[in-house]
Structures are given as structure tokens and as C-alpha cells.
Design a protein around this ligand. Structure first.
Ligand SMILES: Cc1cc2nc3c(=O)[nH]c(=O)nc-3n(C[C@H](O)[C@H](O)[C@H](O)COP(=O)(O)OP(=O)(O)OC[C@H]3O[C@@H](n4cnc5c(N)ncnc54)[C@H](O)[C@@H]3O)c2cc1C
Length: 481
């Protein structure tokens, strides 16, 4: 299809092979790959900015700036004199915007149109099971893909709705660094933003009403908790929030146990909800609930012409809100929609990450889930055993492997430096249902953190070495020189 972006409205319906609603990582992945395969593709993006909002890119850029600030502060124990880092938040903002703009050029209208994608702008609404409208245009596609993402969820705290507060979507617009930031939430985003702003010099209080990262492996969360406290974040976990109020025109939170928290800014990062309210899904015969658009494992909705992926999708994909999950689902949808191949989304194969300090990364089953499955072995190796981690003074952390009794890898949890990088080979191992002995045979480069993975896998054999029979065999073979 070679129309230009935002064509004049037509009364004739457009009839592409695929119509994608939403231009986040999921929608863009479907649209660009579909166009590359020659499918006639329409992509619908919201009005306004030509660029996607790119909170992910801004978040990454903020963490990178925080990492630089921390590196300066952390240099002292290495024998390098401290040069008190001056934080110029205006320049940090410029850095965030520059990174977001660079990453957004990949999804500019110009580039998409050059790929042959017809870009329509506006809010898509289904009209019936076969077509949707966007502005004056009507699209009657062979297949639709809903990829409309999520919005910050409303938190029910008395008084909160009357206060101005920041969310994950607008915190990056701040022109000035908050002096005292109160972060409300137990999510990955809450932890990441709290730590980054602390590193950049804000005083930060993190209030995790349900406890920190309740869905993650709590042994690993313990490592992150120590990191937060070590970084100087004040942590309040498991306390009810009685009310939010304005005190001298500043946000104040009152917690159970007579605790009052005053800040200059309040950031609510306590979760997100699917962004599907305006799509008129009922008219399309698509079912939804609180988790989002209900899909089965092949990512199809109740209307078999319509798929949903990414943060707006619920049902079989509920709780899988990450850019990489959305992009992986995009690939599955294409295989099914274009090539009619059977596909199955397997949530246990998608890695989960928290880009805190230290990082948390996991794939497959956590220890508690694995134990429900029966006889398992849990292999642990602390970062302190790694020479590189010691040299870099990043020896806090651990890797934990869950296997069945035969050694099949069921899940992996890593808490520590560069955990999000170290998890990659384990993602493959879980996908391929590899045996931990395969990973034990990995030749990990010496003086790299990958040695931790290999040595943890090797420890599967440790009970074997202690067996009297094995010892006798070694003794017997010794006789032969
Ligand atoms: C601050 C922050 C940091 C993050 N950091 C990470 C990270 O480090 N790693 C990671 O994996 N994930 C991260 N995420 C999560 C990640 O950004 C989301 O999971 C991912 O963007 C979901 O992609 P998506 O394509 O499903 O939806 P989205 O990216 O939300 O995109 C959906 C798009 O659809 C548009 N839309 C909505 N309704 C309509 C409509 N009716 N018509 C037309 N268009 C519509 C929206 O405007 C939006 O642009 C972060 C998120 C935030 C907010």
C-alpha cells in the first residue's frame, strides 16, 4: 500500500490485510514486519505528536544519568577522589528528550510510510465485528491487532484525587529535580524511579503498601531492598495509607502507625490498567475484563479476526506488560495472521526485569511456584564468589536456579549487577527446556560475571561428588596411573 500518512478522509472503507491500533512497541513491531512481508497494512496512532510517547526510552535515559551520578559517588572506595557531582537537571531533561527523540525516529510517520504502511491519526473505535472508524475514515481489515497499551491506574486513597501528583507518564516532563519526592507504589517502575531520583540528589521516600514487588521472588527482593536502603531511600512497607492531603501546598501522606510523610512532589506508580475504554469492543464482539482484552494463548480475542497484544491484553497474557513481551507477541500474531501457523504464547518464557540497583531478572518459575510442582532442586550461588564482582565492589547478590530432580531448568532468578544481561542465556535454556548440565558445560569467559551462571549450574553435580561409590571409582582408577 503506498498511500501517504493522514490521507484525506474517504467514504469508501479501506480494506488492508492488517489494521494495527496503537503505535507502542507492540503495534509498531506488527505493522513494520507485516509491511516487510508485503501485507497491506494500516497503523492507527493517536492524534498529536508524530512521535510515540517513549516512556521506556526516557526511563532508560534517566537510569543512565543516575548511573553516572552513582559512579562518581561510588569512586571513593576505589581510591579515586570524590568530585561532588553537580546535577544540572535542565541538562538531564535535555538528555532524556534527546534519547527519546532518537529512538522515536524509528517510528516516524516518514519511515512508516516509506515502508508502505498507511498511517491514520486519531482514536480508533470499532463499529461492528468487521470494521472500525478513525476520524472520518473507515477500515475494514482482514485482521485487526489491538495494541493500545495501558494507562496509570487510579489508586484508592482518601484525598488523593484532590492532590496534583505525577505519574510514570509525566514524571519525565519535570523541569526541576524534586527536592523531596514521595513515591507511592510497589511496582518495578516505582523502585526504578525512586532509585534514579535518589541518585540524582532528591530525598526519596518509597511507600510500598503491599510490600516491595510482591509478585517477585522475595529472596531476590531482599537483595534489592538492601540496595534501596543503602542508597538512602526511606522505605515504608506494608503500612496502610490512611489519607493524602495538602499541607502548606505540598503533598502529605498519613500512614498507619502515626507516620506522616511530607514531600515537595508526589509520584504515584502503583500499577497500570489497560487502555481500552474508548475502543467500543462490545460492538466488535471482543470480550474484556479488568486484566484487559481477553485473549487465548494464540492471542486471539472472542472475535477470531481480532488479536490483542502488549499491555492492553489480558486473559492468557495478563500481567505481561513489558516492551519485549509486546514485541514477542507481535511476532506470534504475524505468524498466525499471515501464515496461518499455530502459535502459543508461553508467559513462563518471557523474562521479567526490574532495572533497580542491583537489578532483578527472572524467567520461568520462581522458587515458590516450582515447589508447588513437586520435587525440585534449588541451586544458589552468591555474587560474592565472583572475582569480578569483588573487584567492582558489586558483590551483593545471588543467582538461583530451580530444576526438577533430573536437572531440567524450570526457572532462574538473578539479583545483582547486570542481572538483565546475565538472564539472556537462561531465557533460551527455559524456552528449550534445557538441562542444567548443558549450562554447566558452558565455557564462560574468565573474569566475566557469566562465570556465576556456569558455576551455579555446576553445583548441580555437587551431591554426586560426595557419593561414596563415585569416590571409590576415582580411587580404583587412580591405581592405573
Ligand atoms: C516509565 C516507564 C518505564 C518503562 N520501562 C520499561 C523497561 O525498562 N522495560 C520494559 O520492557 N518495559 C518498560 N516499560 C513498559 C513498556 O513501556 C510497556 O510495557 C510497553 O510500552 C507496552 O507496549 P504496548 O505496545 O503494549 O503499548 P504502549 O507502549 O502503551 O503503546 C500503545 C499506544 O497506543 C495508543 N492508543 C491507545 N488507544 C488508542 C486508540 N484508541 N487509537 C489509536 N491509538 C491508541 C497510545 O497512545 C500508545 O501510544 C516502561 C513503562 C513506563 C511507563
Amino acid at each position: 500500500m503506498s498511500q501517504t500518512a493522514s490521507p484525506a478522509a474517504s467514504t469508501e472503507p479501506l480494506t488492508p490485510d492488517i489494521c494495527v491500533v496503537g503505535h507502542g512497541p507492540g503495534g509498531l513491531a506488527v505493522a513494520t514486519a507485516a509491511a516487510l512481508f508485503g501485507a497491506r497494512t494500516v497503523l492507527i496512532r493517536h492524534d498529536g505528536s508524530e512521535l510515540s510517547p517513549n516512556e521506556g526510552a526516557r526511563g532508560q535515559a534517566l537510569r543512565a544519568a543516575a548511573g553516572q551520578a552513582r559512579a562518581m559517588a561510588d569512586a571513593v572506595p576505589f581510591g579515586i577522589a570524590e568530585d561532588a557531582g553537580q546535577v544540572d537537571y535542565g541538562r538531564i531533561r535535555a538528555h532524556l528528550d534527546r534519547v527519546a527523540a532518537r529512538s522515536a525516529t524509528n517510528d516516524s510517520d516518514e519511515r512508516l510510510t516509506a515502508l508502505g504502511i498507511l498511517v491514520l491519526k486519531g482514536d480508533a473505535r470499532f463499529q461492528n465485528r468487521h470494521q472500525l472508524a478513525v476520524g472520518e475514515s473507515v477500515v475494514r481489515a482482514r485482521r485487526f491487532v489491538i495494541a493500545t497499551g495501558s494507562l496509570p491506574a487510579q489508586l484508592s486513597v482518601p484525598g488523593l484525587a484532590d492532590l496534583p501528583y505525577l505519574t510514570e507518564d509525566n514524571v519525565f516532563d519535570l523541569a526541576k529535580r524534586p527536592d523531596r519526592l514521595t513515591v507511592l507504589g510497589e511496582t518495578a517502575a516505582a523502585v526504578e524511579l525512586a532509585q534514579a531520583m535518589r541518585a540524582l540528589g532528591s530525598e526519596v521516600a518509597l511507600i510500598a503498601r503491599e510490600g516491595l514487588l510482591p509478585d517477585e521472588d522475595q529472596e531476590a527482593v531482599g537483595v534489592l531492598r538492601r540496595g534501596l536502603l543503602g542508597n538512602g531511600v526511606t522505605l515504608h512497607e506494608g503500612r496502610p495509607i490512611l489519607r493524602a492531603e495538602s499541607h502548606r501546598q505540598r503533598p502529605r501522606l498519613v500512614l498507619g502507625g502515626d507516620i506522616t510523610i511530607d514531600g515537595t512532589h508526589l509520584l504515584v506508580a502503583s500499577g497500570r490498567k489497560p487502555n481500552i475504554a474508548t475502543l467500543e469492543l462490545d460492538l466488535a464482539g471482543v470480550r474484556s475484563d479488568d486484566t484487559g482484552v481477553i485473549v487465548d494463548a494464540s492471542l486471539r480475542t472472542a472475535n477470531r479476526r481480532i488479536y490483542a497484544i502488549g499491555a492492553c491484553a489480558g486473559g492468557a497474557t495478563a500481567g505481561m506488560a513489558s516492551s519485549h513481551a509486546a514485541q514477542h507477541q507481535a511476532g506470534l500474531v504475524l505468524r498466525n495472521a499471515l501464515f496461518r501457523l499455530p502459535v502459543r504464547f508461553r508467559p513462563e518464557q518471557v523474562p521479567r526485569t526490574v532495572h533497580g540497583r542491583p537489578e532483578l531478572a527472572s524467567v520461568g518459575l520462581g522458587e515458590a511456584q516450582a515447589r508447588v510442582q513437586g520435587a525440585i532442586r534449588v541451586l544458589r550461588l552468591p555474587y560474592a564468589e565472583s572475582g569480578l564482582a569483588q573487584a567492582e565492589r558489586q558483590a551483593e547478590g545471588l543467582i538461583k536456579l530451580m530444576t526438577d530432580s533430573k536437572g531440567t531448568i524450570l526457572g532462574v532468578v538473578i539479583a545483582g549487577a547486570r542481572a538483565a544481561e546475565l538472564i539472556a542465556p537462561w531465557v533460551l535454556a527455559v524456552q528449550k527446556r534445557m538441562n542444567v548440565r548443558d549450562m554447566a558445560g558452558l565455557i564462560a569467559p574468565s573474569q566475566s560475571l557469566s562465570e556465576i551462571s556456569q558455576r551455579a549450574a555446576l553445583s548441580f553435580q555437587a551431591p554426586l561428588a560426595a557419593k561414596p561409590g563415585i569416590r571409590r571409582l576415582i580411587g580404583f582408577l587412580r591405581r592405573f596411573g
